[in-house]
Write a protein that binds this ligand. Structure first.
Ligand code: GLY
Length: 588
C-alpha cells in the first residue's frame, strides 16, 4: 500500500469541487521533522493526509474531534477518546451524533492484536410486531415507521459506550462525558453547516414542540452561523449518565420520559424495554484482500459481510491495471455490488433471530461463482439477478469517527439515529432526539425502505430484534498493523463507499486523503441504477452506458473519516472526507 506518495492532481483531474486547503497541510510528498511540543496539525485536504505522532481523530465535526485528541493528550487511549467523541457528537452534531440511537464500534487492541466488535444497535421494543407498519390496506406506512413514536427502537448508545469503556478504556466514565456536558451547558457555536441543516429539516423538527423548542429560537426563527446553541436538558441528561452510569439513562426519570414521549407519539417503548436493553460484543467478520486482513462489523450489520464478499469477487481482477474509476473497473464493481445487495435482501438480519450464512457469503468459492456470472462486456439487468442459492457454499445521516493512538490501538465507530435528527421526536425534558431505526426493518418483505433497500423475512420486525444495518466500521490490517481505520454514513451507500476507500488505497496506491476524496459510484441491485458522483468523466459514463448500465449522476455520497498507522514510519495519518464542511482530522 502506498500511503505517503504524493500524486498531485488525480482528484483535481477527476473534477472534484475545489475546497479550501488546510493551512496546516503538509507540503507535497514530505514529512516534516516531528514537532517536539505537541504541535497540532489538522484540516481537510483533497490530496494530503493529516499526520501526527501521538494520536489522531477523524470525525465529522471538529469540536468533537478535538475533544478526542485532548483526551489522548491527557493520557487516555483510543477507546477513552472514542467514548468522549461519541458523547460530544451527541451535542455538536445533533443530526447524527446521539444518545437516542445506536451503532457499532470496532476496537483494535495493539497489544493483543485482537479486534473486538461492539454491537449497540437499537432493539425493537417488546410490543413491536411483524405487521406494525402496515396500514389498513396492508401497505407499508412509511410515515409511521419514520416520524412517529413507533419509529424508535430502544436506544443503545449509552450502554454501548459503557461496555466499551469498561472493557477496553482506561479512564473514568464521568471524565470522558465531562466535555460533552460542558458543551451542552455552555452552548456550541452554530456553524454554517448546522444552520443549513436546521433550516432544511425544519418541517421534521417542528412536528414535535419538544424538538422545536431546542433547535429554533423562542420566536421560531432560525439559528444563524455564529449564534450559540445551548442544550440545557441534554446537559442534565448527560450529568445523570455521568453520575449514575447507564442507570441514569435506562432507568428513572430519563427512561420514564423516553417511554412516555414515545408512547404519546404512538410508539411502544416502555420503561421495562429501557431497563432490558443490552449492548453485546460480537465476533467481527474477517476477510483478506491482496495480502491485507479486512476486519469489519458482523450482523446485525450487513456492512462487513458484503464488504468482504465484494472484495473476494474483485480480488481476482487486475483492478490496479484497469485503472481507478475507468469504465472497466466501475463495470466490474457495479456488477459485483448488484449481486451482493441481492444477497443482502434475502439473507441478512439479526443473528440472534436468524441464521445468517456468513461462511457461504464470504467464501472465496462463492466469489468465484459470482465472477463466472459477470460478463466483461455487458451489464446484467438487475431483474435477472436473484439472491443466491447458497446451499452449495455453506441513512443517510449516520456519522463515523476513527481514532488511533500512538500504540496503534484503534477505534472505528459508526452510529446513528437513522435520518437527520432521527424521527424528529425529542423525549420531553431530556434533550434526547429519538431514532427512527425501526424503518430499517422490512415493514413488508419486498417493499423498499428509505434507502431503496429491499429486505426479506430475515429482517422482519420482531420484539427484541435489532434492525438490519449497512453501517460498516472497518479496520484493514497489514502485518498486524492498522493501515486503514474507516467508515462512513450514507445508508445503503455505506458499504460501497467503504469498499472504494479500501480499493483506492490497495489497488490504486492512493494515500488516505486521495482515497477519501476520489469520486464514488454505487449500485445496490434495486433500483437497477448505477449512481455516480460528479467527477466521473463523460467518456467513462458513455462507455458504461454502452455496456448497458443506467448511469445517473447524483449528489455526493458518504462522509468517510479515516486514520491509519504508516507501517514503515509509525506515523499516524488520516483524512476527513471533503464532502462535509465541518469534518476534521486532528492530532498531536
Ligand atoms: N440507519 C442506517 C443503517 O443503519 O444502515
Amino acid at each position: 500500500m502506498t500511503t505517503l506518495t504524493h500524486r498531485t492532481g488525480r482528484a483535481a483531474r477527476q473534477g472534484l469541487i475545489a475546497l479550501a486547503l488546510s493551512a496546516f497541510a503538509l507540503p507535497a510528498g514530505t514529512l516534516p521533522a516531528i514537532a517536539q511540543d505537541a504541535a497540532i496539525y489538522s484540516g481537510m485536504d483533497l490530496f494530503h493526509p493529516v499526520w501526527a505522532k501521538n494520536g489522531l481523530v477523524s470525525a465529522q465535526e471538529r469540536v468533537a474531534a478535538e475533544i478526542g485528541r485532548d483526551i489522548m493528550a491527557q493520557g487516555g487511549n483510543a477507546v477513552d477518546a472514542g467514548v468522549a467523541v461519541a458523547f460530544a457528537l451527541a451535542v455538536t452534531l445533533p443530526r447524527a451524533g446521539n444518545l437516542g440511537g445506536g451503532g457499532f464500534m470496532l476496537v483494535h487492541d495493539a497489544e493483543t492484536g485482537e479486534t473486538h466488535a461492539i454491537d449497540y444497535r437499537e432493539m425493537a421494543p417488546r410490543g413491536a410486531s411483524r405487521d406494525m407498519f402496515l396500514d389498513a390496506q396492508g401497505e407499508a406506512d412509511s410515515d409511521r415507521s419514520r416520524y412517529t413514536g413507533a419509529a424508535s427502537g430502544v436506544p443503545g448508545t449509552v450502554a454501548g459506550m459503557k461496555l466499551v469503556l469498561d472493557s477496553y478504556g482506561s479512564m473514568d466514565w464521568a471524565d470522558v462525558i465531562a466535555p460533552a456536558i460542558r458543551l451542552a451547558e455552555q452552548g456550541i457555536t452554530v456553524t454554517p453547516d448546522l444552520a443549513d441543516s436546521l433550516a432544511g429539516l425544519r418541517d421534521r423538527l417542528t412536528r414535535y414542540p419538544s424538538a422545536a423548542a431546542i433547535f429554533y429560537k423562542p420566536d421560531g426563527s432560525l439559528y444563524a452561523p455564529g449564534d450559540t446553541l445551548v442544550q440545557a436538558d441534554l446537559a442534565r441528561t448527560l450529568k445523570k449518565i455521568a453520575d449514575e452510569g447507564p442507570a441514569g439513562f435506562y432507568t428513572g426519570e430519563v427512561a420514564q420520559a423516553i417511554a412516555s414521549s414515545v408512547q404519546a407519539a404512538g410508539g411502544q417503548i416502555t420503561v421495562e424495554d429501557m431497563a432490558a436493553y443490552r449492548a453485546v460484543e460480537r465476533e467481527p467478520v474477517r476477510g483478506s484482500y491482496r495480502g491485507h486482513e479486512v476486519v469489519s462489523m458482523p450482523p446485525p450489520s450487513s456492512g462487513g459481510v458484503h464488504l468482504v464478499q465484494m472484495l473476494n469477487v474483485l480480488e481476482a481482477y487486475p483492478i490496479g491495471a484497469l485503472g481507478q474509476n475507468s469504465s472497466e473497473t466501475i463495470h466490474l464493481m457495479a456488477e459485483t455490488m448488484k449481486r451482493a445487495y441481492a444477497d443482502r435482501s434475502e439473507f441478512l438480519g439479526d443473528p440472534d433471530f436468524v441464521d445468517v450464512p456468513l461462511d457461504a457469503l464470504m467464501s472465496k468459492a462463492y466469489a468465484a461463482d459470482i465472477r463466472d456470472a459477470i460478463s466483461a462486456s455487458f451489464a446484467t439487468p438487475s431483474e435477472q439477478i436473484r439472491p443466491a442459492d447458497l446451499a452449495a457454499y455453506e441513512s443517510d445521516q449516520t456519522t463515523h469517527f476513527s481514532i488511533i493512538d500512538k500504540a496503534g490501538n484503534a477505534v472505528s465507530n459508526t452510529y446513528t439515529i437513522n435520518f437527520s435528527y432521527g424521527s424528529g421526536l425529542v423525549a420531553d425534558g431530556t434533550g434526547v432526539l429519538m431514532n427512527n431505526e425501526m424503518d430499517d426493518f422490512s415493514a413488508k418483505p419486498g417493499v423498499p425502505n428509505a434507502y431503496g433497500l429491499i429486505g426479506g423475512e430475515a429482517n422482519a420486525v420482531e420484539p427484541g430484534k435489532r434492525p438490519l444495518s449497512s453501517m460498516t466500521p472497518t479496520i484493514v490490517l497489514k502485518d498486524g498493523k492498522p493501515v486503514l481505520v474507516t467508515g462512513s454514513p450514507g445508508g445503503s451507500r455505506i458499504i460501497t463507499t467503504v469498499l472504494q476507500v479500501v480499493m483506492n488505497m490497495i489497488d490504486h496506491g492512493m494515500n488516505v486523503a486521495e482515497a477519501s476524496s476520489a469520486p464514488r459510484v454505487h449500485h445496490q441491485w434495486q433500483p437497477d441504477e448505477l449512481r455516480t458522483e460528479e467527477g466521473i468523466n463523460l467518456d467513462t459514463i458513455r462507455a458504461l452506458r454502452a455496456k448497458g448500465h443506467a448511469v445517473t449522476v447524483e449528489e455526493a455520497m458518504g462522509s468517510t473519516q479515516s486514520v491509519m498507522m504508516d507501517p514503515e514510519s509509525g506515523f499516524l495519518l488520516g483524512a476527513s472526507d471533503p464532502r462535509r464542511p465541518d469534518a476534521a482530522t486532528v492530532g498531536f
